[in-house]
Write a protein that binds this ligand. Structure first.
Ligand code: AMP
Length: 561
């Protein structure tokens, strides 16, 4: 068994070097010497994860839970603790600083007991498994006993790991190289094994146990999801045609990406984050069974919400469907989903991902009725693409995805084989009315902004969205200064400011939302520019935003009000 401390020290060394090779050397030497039953844990923890990707459970450990553990450990009251925490870079640093300053009340006999990597893994497992009415209390007890076994450095690591803020500069690509080096396997083979299995920790363990041969044997397995292939944003149709020449253009549907698996009449559906959502989607499951019957198949597609007339509904309906955990039958009735397929990765024991797109598409067309397929057209001129894009928009879809005809399906890769083409949406000029202090690298700035529109009638500003995206470091710096000068309320986290600064904001969609008093919320808001030339009185009005919201439905279907 390996002391957890060794992993913590390794992480520290990794974060201290910027050299790729050094990081790879450090990790590979560590993995080589690790007992088999600790390999998966070490790989996951170093990558900032607590559970393997296929695990449906969540630890659900938030700041508040950690804070109450910290209070109990140090015996410090909230205020004194808070003074230390505001100066910390992140929660891990906060733990370390607080424990150093106030000491730990852990019982002295525990100092003798060393925490091992395996123990941390089993604590995480227990935390993730605690369910039911008392689960919060139980989780806190488990956390308290875990942290009681940890010294300050270990506590720092655990707090970061638990809140997903590891940031030691080790991403999956480097981990793949480290596995390759540790077990003398070509990096190409490791990457492919990760693609096919979707779980780098399993690949590391297989590599350790069985080397090249073990990785060579990894295939697509039905009911084990792969990461989906992704598309790159394109600036223009021209750019896409320049890159791909002649390509297939498919409608881009705005719903939920689903990887559908079926075998022996059983069907499962996975999201792009590899979560199993089968139980929430009985209608989609039925559709897939209808399409493929008893075949063994893995296919890729998008499910969208449809109105009673069969028109696509905005994304927010799909997400409402997915959030609903009880009375699924009712929500299926209220918001029916419809599956559209665009790729096939595996059929009756045959793996298809290395076949070219055109061949996969042809196979799909041979197997499946047109009504279940995302419409596609091969185009080579700008006119053809424009007219197909217009078709897609007229039918209420989001845009197009261009696909290179001879490209393989590369799981998890966002490359130059698929491009997204979306019409440019108008931007909105909105006013910053509040800001929050950022986390991690952004802790020194007010970097999370509340964006507001003006009510024409009263002149009051109403929040319609929030973003931390779009500014450069320099702009954050400057914005922080200016907002501090405009502040009239500050609780250490949230700062409210007089409406004064206008920013131009891009977004993907306007949604109805109870989150803000305005009743509206922008989806994927990001700041495009700071409008020094505009006063808050010239900012977008709430009334106009409501009109824009309605306009979105021109081509889309509508249900409810
Ligand atoms: P984005 O979410 O903006 O990164 O766009 C990529 C997403 O578009 C994918 O993850 C799919 O969910 C979705 N999508 C819609 N239609 C298609 C299509 N025909 N091919 C691939 N992805 C599609």
């Amino acid at each position: 068994m390996t002391d957890f401390k060794e992993l913590v020290e390794l992480a520290k060394k990794i974060s201290m070097t910027s050299s790729r090779n050094e990081k790879i050397d450090l990790v590979s030497a560590f993995l080589k010497n690790l007992p088999e039953d600790e390999v998966r844990y070490a790989v996951l923890f170093l990558l900032g994860k607590t559970l393997p990707p296929g695990d449906e459970r969540r630890l659900d450990v938030n700041w508040r839970a950690l804070l109450s553990v910290l209070k109990r450990m140090t015996g410090a009251d909230g205020e004194r603790l808070y003074d230390v925490l505001v100066q910390a870079v992140d929660i891990g640093d906060g733990f370390k600083k607080a424990l150093e300053k106030f000491g730990s009340k852990r019982q002295s006999f525990l100092f003798e007991q060393k925490l091992t990597i395996k123990e941390v893994g089993s604590y995480y497992d227990k935390i993730a498994s605690s369910r039911g009415a008392k689960s919060r209390k139980l989780k806190e007890e488990l956390l308290f006993s875990l942290f009681s076994l940890a010294d300050t450095d270990e506590a720092e690591f655990l707090a970061r790991n638990l809140t997903g803020e590891m940031r030691i500069g080790l991403h999956e690509g480097l981990m793949e190289d480290a596995i390759a080096k540790a077990f003398q396997i070509p990096a190409r083979l490791v990457r492919r094994a990760v693609m096919l299995s979707g779980d780098i920790s399993v690949v590391a363990l297989k590599a350790k146990k069985g080397g090249v041969k073990a990785l060579d044997n990894i295939r697509i397995e039905v009911f084990r999801p792969l990461k989906p292939m992704l598309a790159t944003d394109a600036d223009s149709i021209e750019e896409v045609l320049k890159e791909l020449k002649r390509a297939s253009f498919e409608y881009k549907l705005d719903g939920i990406r689903l990887q559908m698996h079926a075998k022996n009449g059983k069907v499962r559906a996975f999201t792009r984050r590899l979560s199993d959502v089968t139980e929430s989607l009985p209608d989609v499951v039925d559709q897939f069974s209808e399409i493929f019957g008893n075949k063994e198949v893995v296919a890729d597609g998008e499910a969208i919400a449809v109105s009673p007339e069969g028109k696509p509904l905005p994304f927010q309906f799909v997400s409402r469907r997915l959030r609903r955990k009880s009375d699924i039958a009712r929500s299926v009735k209220e918001i029916p989903l419809r599956l559209f397929l665009f790729d096939i990765l595996h059929i009756d024991g045959r793996m298809l991902i290395d076949e070219p797109y055109s061949k996969r598409r042809k196979l799909l067309e041979d197997l499946v009725d047109n009504e279940w397929l995302v419409p596609a057209r091969v185009c080579e001129s700008e006119e053809e693409v424009k007219s197909f894009l217009q078709d897609a928009l007229d039918k209420g879809h989001e845009g197009l995805i261009a696909k290179k005809l001879d490209s393989a399906y590369t799981p998890g890769v966002r490359g130059k084989n698929w491009f997204k083409i979306k019409p440019v949406l108008a931007t909105l000029d909105l006013v910053i009315v509040a800001a929050e202090r950022g986390y991690g690298r952004r802790h020194k700035w007010l970097s999370d902004y509340y964006l507001a529109a003006r009510d024409e009638e009263t002149g009051t500003f109403f929040v319609v969205g929030k973003t931390f995206k779009g500014l450069t470091d320099q702009e954050f710096e400057m914005m922080t200064q200016r907002l501090k000068e405009l502040a009239y309320y500050d609780d250490g986290h949230l700062v409210k400011v007089r409406p004064s600064i206008v920013v131009e904001v891009a977004f993907n969609e306007i949604q109805k939302s109870p989150k803000y008093e305005s009743g509206l919320a922008l989806r994927f808001a990001r700041i495009v520019s700071i409008r020094e030339d505009k006063t808050p009185e010239e900012a977008e009005t709430l009334q106009n935003l409501r009109k824009l919201y309605e306009k979105q439905f021109l081509h889309k279907g509508k249900i409810g009000k």
